[in-house]
Write a protein that binds this ligand. Structure first.
Ligand code: CDP
Ligand code: MG
Length: 137
């Protein structure tokens, strides 16, 4: 067991659909600490760096347009095994595969607008937290 920090985000579709309270409630109920939280509109350059691993994918341009297209809520979560645990709470990337009870399973129908983001590994969490919360390094 280890205490971890991870980067979590409610994407523009989640904010637009007024799901912030629902998602934050689930995080609080689970028991993770919300160490920092801010609503922001992601600048294009930050979006391209954040999703840099997908730069060659056919969905990259659409993804950057979407993620910069409205405000998001960005969070630093902390808790036991928070990295994998938050991914489990979000569910599979494609909502068609996401189990009921997960955020994507309960609230999303489209793979490109799937409500939430979470770092997928410790090195990713460190990189993404550095991009979005450089002050809490
Ligand atoms: O977000 P997650 O880590 O679960 O998935 P990813 O494979 O790292 O993809 C990042 C994001 O790109 C997804 O959450 C989707 O919003 C988007 N995406 C997409 O629009 N179309 C795909 N075929 C795959 C991913
Ligand atoms: Mg990913």
């Amino acid at each position: 067991m280890s205490t971890e920090r991870t980067f979590a985000m409610i994407k523009p579709d989640g904010v637009r659909r007024r799901l912030v309270g629902e998602v934050v409630s689930r995080i609080e109920a689970k028991g993770y600490d919300i160490v920092a939280m801010k609503q922001m509109t992601i600048p294009r350059e930050l979006a391209e760096r954040h999703y840099g691993e997908h730069a060659d994918k056919p969905f990259f341009a659409n993804l950057v347009d979407f993620i910069t297209g409205g405000p998001v809520v960005a969070m630093v979560l902390e808790g036991e095994n928070a990295i994998a645990g938050w991914r489990t709470m979000m569910g599979a990337t494609n909502p068609a595969d996401a189990a009921p009870g997960t955020i994507r399973g309960d609230f999303a129908t489209s793979i490109d607008e799937n409500v939430a983001h979470g770092s997928d590994a410790p090195d990713t969490a460190e990189r993404e937290l550095g991009l979005f919360f450089p002050e809490s390094g």
